[in-house]
Design a protein around this ligand. Sequence first.
Ligand code: NDP
Ligand code: 8X3
Length: 262
Amino acid sequence: MKRTPSTILITGATAGFGEATARLFAANGWRVIITGRRKERLEALRKELEGLHGRVEGPPVVHALHFDVRVNTAVEAAISSLPEEWKAIDVLVNNAGLAAGMEPIHEGSLEDWERMVDTNVKGLLFVSRAVIPGMVARKAGHIINIGSTAGKEVYPNGNVYCATKFAVDALTKGMRQDLLPHGIKVTQIAPGLAETEFSVVRFHGDTTRASRTYEGLEPLHAEDIARLVLFAATQPPHVCINDLVVTPTAQAGSNHVHRKRH
Ligand code: NDP
Ligand code: 8X3
């Protein structure tokens, strides 16, 4: 039997898409499990969202889990530490991820490559492996993977980041096939240029270079993606959104961006 309200676990809820998604789902009455590495941000968000409904008593509506998706032992420990009343996860949003660097293939940093593969591919797999068996046992659930237009079309110097997002695209399709007999939905949302902390992380803290990414166009905002996650998660039981590719109006795929000149 379906329990209400539903429970969503969001990886990477300390910034960007994940944070906006946590806010939107909490505002819509969901029970939200927020996760990430930055403990202070998680705690501040937990407190803020707990106060959202002006509640003075009642069970918590937000649960924070602090872990690094790259460390499988930490992922397993965090998921198994969930109190009984938080264990039945209805929706898993595999959002935690990053780009690191943007160099031609022969100049790329091995350290950056490892960070991207470990976070975007292995991290997504570790969290999925820890959460999906519960969905299979309950014969219900929904996995929403955050891919990218970079996982549809490669762009110059995007090499390894694009490869990790192509992997997310393939894993989304693989998950949907494998989980078909278990009644579990699998969705990919593949955004284009969105202004979050993404480019600051990609360019190792260089905010000037990061802001150039969005010069002359209105990029997507984190809230735009949160709305799509809510849209996908609130379809009737017989409807599964497979793939949502979304770009700013000023972008047509990875390699075509229209920028206004000053
Ligand atoms: P942000 O940098 O704003 O947020 C990234 C989130 O991921 C943070 O909450 C961060 O939390 C978390 N994260 C990163 N590494 C780890 C880790 N090792 N363990 C746990 N959490 C981690 O970026 P976005 O919101 O833009 O990115 C979210 C997803 O969307 C990523 O997968 C990205 O590839 C994808 N994407 C982004 C686009 C964009 O243009 N912005 C477009 C298309 C896809 P913390 O540091 O606290 O751990
Ligand atoms: C992020 C979008 O085009 O910067 O995945 O790679 S892009």
